[in-house]
Every structure is written in structure tokens, then in C-alpha cells.
Design a protein around this ligand. Structure first.
Ligand SMILES: Nc1ncnc2c1ncn2[C@@H]1O[C@H](COP(=O)(O)OP(=O)(O)OP(=O)(O)O)[C@@H](O)[C@H]1O
Ligand SMILES: [Mg+2]
Ligand SMILES: [Mg+2]
Length: 302
């Protein structure tokens, strides 16, 4: 799988990379708040190192594909940003090893990881606007993209947001346990189970049991709402089920229940869940399985 090869390469490069490589990479990262392309002089000035030493580090960073270069200067690449986050987790004594890729979402990559305390966990990289930074994409296309400065900022913000929300919800709502956050990456508890989308419940559950599962999911949505949040992207893709219990994942886009469009988002979430369960015909003899009724139930309007 391509994902595994990429991370393996990244890990190899991480092993090779030295503290001074990361020092320079961090200077570029910080300077990107003010520059699209950080000029060499700026890096030299901040590094307080002779120019030839800085150039040596930049050459290495370029070889690792941790930076992108243009005539105007240097920028951190997506791989470089991944490396910074992984390096930070390792330096803090949190992360021990990165394993296989678990899933590729629209917005990020998820890996199975081993923590220093022996726990298995999950590392999720938030990657917004990744299209402007895919491997091999050329400089010309890169500068033509007006969003290229913000991907770093937006990805970081999204990870921070998901981490905060998980902290608010866990353990009251069935969500993964938030463990750590750095840059655009979060480490969270590993959930056993598969996306509902990939499971045929009727193969091992009765209709009553399936109906019970439906209402349990709705109750989690209600609990999240009571804590102030609406998932905003709830569907059979973001519910992991192990045959008995489930966990709702993927929260960065969640909105406040006081959001002006709150009703729209909550109803859409409810509809998605109802739509998935329709194929099991659980709504046949339960008139309460209705978007408006469930909306009222969740918001306490009935
Ligand atoms: N805590 C977890 N434990 C186990 N697997 C997980 C966990 N979090 C995510 N995954 C796996 O990784 C996939 C992608 O995760 P998630 O849905 O959070 O990311 P995403 O990039 O936002 O996806 P999407 O494109 O659906 O928005 C999930 O569908 C699931 O298979
Ligand atoms: Mg998802
Ligand atoms: Mg998502």
C-alpha cells in the first residue's frame, strides 16, 4: 500500500534527521506566518549559524522532502510538517512506533501507533487543502494556488478543534479518548470495530437488536447535543461498531448547538442515520423514527 511506503520512508528519514535539521525546519515553520517563501537570509539570521551550515541543513531537508524550494526561498512541505509532529511526540516521550495506515479520509490520514506507555493508539493527521501539496506537484501549480499559505494553519486548527471537542465529550459520549495533540496531528484511543458502512447487521442481529442500536446512537447524539455539540458529518462512515458496542469518530467539523444553522446540521445528521438504518426496515413499526420527532427528542423540545 502506498500509504505504508510513504510513512516508512518518512520514518527512515526521521531517523536520519538530526537536531540541527529540525532546528532549521522549525525556523522555516515559524517564519511561514509572515512569508510564503522564507528567504535564506531570514533563516540564517534566526538560526545564528554560518550561512554554509544553514545551506548544508537545507540541502538535507530538501533531500528528505521536508521542505519545498523556490527562487524566493523555502517552505515546509506536508511531509516536513508530519515529521515535525512525529518528532515532537517522540521527543516528549509519548510515541514509540508508527504502524500501518488505518484509513484515508477526505481530509487526513490515520495510522495505528504504539505509545511509550505500551498502549496501542491512533495517530490522525489533519490535511486540509492537501491537493495543493500532493507529492510531485510542481512549484508552478503550487504558487498558482492561493490557499497554499493557509493549509498549514488550517490543518493545525482542525486538529486542535477535534482534540478540544473530544476532550469535552469523552467519556460521557462514546468517542475516542483524546490523548495528545501537536500541530496538525492528534493521538487518540484506538477503537476496535469497523465502519457501519462495511457491516451487514442483519447477518448477526435481529431487527429488534438493530433497532436498539439505532436508538443507542441517537442517545449519543443527544448527549453530545446536551454538552453543546452537533457532529455535522454523522453517517455510517463515522460510526465504528465491533458487533456489540460503537464509537462515533471524526469530530473536527462539529458545530455548536447555538450555531445559526444548528437545526440544519442536526437534522442532516439524524437523516443520515435514519437513511442508513432504513434498509433494515426498523422504521416499519416505530413511528418515532422520524427526523422531526427525533430532532425534538434530542433538543428537548418535546
Ligand atoms: N480512533 C480510531 N480508532 C480506530 N480507527 C480509526 C480511529 N479514528 C479513525 N479511524 C479510521 O480512520 C478512518 C478515517 O478517520 P476519520 O473519519 O476520523 O478521518 P477523516 O479524514 O475526517 O475522514 P472523512 O473523509 O470521513 O472526513 C476512519 O473511517 C476509521 O476507519
Ligand atoms: Mg470520517
Ligand atoms: Mg472527517
Amino acid at each position: 500500500m502506498e500509504g505504508i511506503t510513504i510513512i516508512k520512508k518518512l520514518i527512515e528519514r526521521l531517523k536520519e534527521a538530526q537536531d540541527d535539521d529540525f532546528k532549521i525546519l522549525k525556523i522555516i515553520e515559524i517564519s511561514m506566518r509572515h512569508y510564503e517563501w522564507v528567504p535564506l537570509e531570514e533563516i540564517v539570521r534566526k538560526a545564528k549559524m554560518p550561512e554554509k551550515d544553514v545551506l548544508y541543513r537545507l540541502k538535507r531537508l530538501n533531500k528528505f522532502e521536508f521542505v519545498v524550494r523556490s527562487t524566493y526561498g523555502y517552505a515546509v512541505s506536508m511531509g516536513g510538517y508530519d515529521a515535525l509532529a512525529i518528532n515532537a511526540f517522540v521527543k516528549k516521550g509519548i510515541l514509540k512506533a508508527v504502524g500501518n495506515k488505518l484509513g484515508v479520509g477526505k481530509e487526513g490520514d490515520v495510522y495505528s501507533v504504539l505509545l511509550e506507555d505500551g498502549r496501542e493508539a491512533v495517530l490522525k493527521f489533519h490535511k486540509h487543502g492537501r491537493t495543493c501539496f500532493t507529492r510531485g506537484k510542481r512549484y508552478r501549480e503550487y504558487i498558482a494556488d492561493k490557499h497554499h499559505i493557509s493549509w498549514l494553519y488550517v490543518s493545525r486548527l482542525s486538529a486542535e478543534r477535534e482534540f478540544e471537542i473530544l476532550n469535552e465529550l469523552f467519556p460521557i459520549v462514546k468517542v475516542p479518548e483524546p490523548i495528545h495533540w501537536n500541530r496538525h496531528a492528534i493521538i487518540m484511543g484506538k477503537v476496535v470495530g469497523e465502519e457501519l458502512k462495511r457491516i451487514d447487521l442483519s447477518k448477526f442481529m435481529s431487527r429488534d437488536e438493530i433497532k436498539e442500536l439505532f436508538w443507542k446512537i441517537i442517545d449519543e447524539v443527544k448527549k453530545a447535543y446536551e454538552l453543546g455539540y452537533i457532529h455535522g458529518d454523522l453517517s455510517e462512515f463515522n460510526i465504528l461498531f465491533d458487533g456489540e458496542d460503537f464509537v462515533i469518530i471524526d469530530w473536527p467539523q462539529a458545530v455548536s448547538k447555538f450555531h445559526p444553522e444548528a437545526e440544519f446540521y442536526l437534522k442532516r445528521d439524524i437523516e443520515n442515520v435514519i437513511r442508513y438504518f432504513k434498509k433494515y426496515k426498523i422504521d416499519r413499526d416505530d413511528e418515532n423514527i422520524d427526523t422531526d420527532k427525533i430532532f425534538n427528542y434530542i433538543t428537548g423540545k418535546s
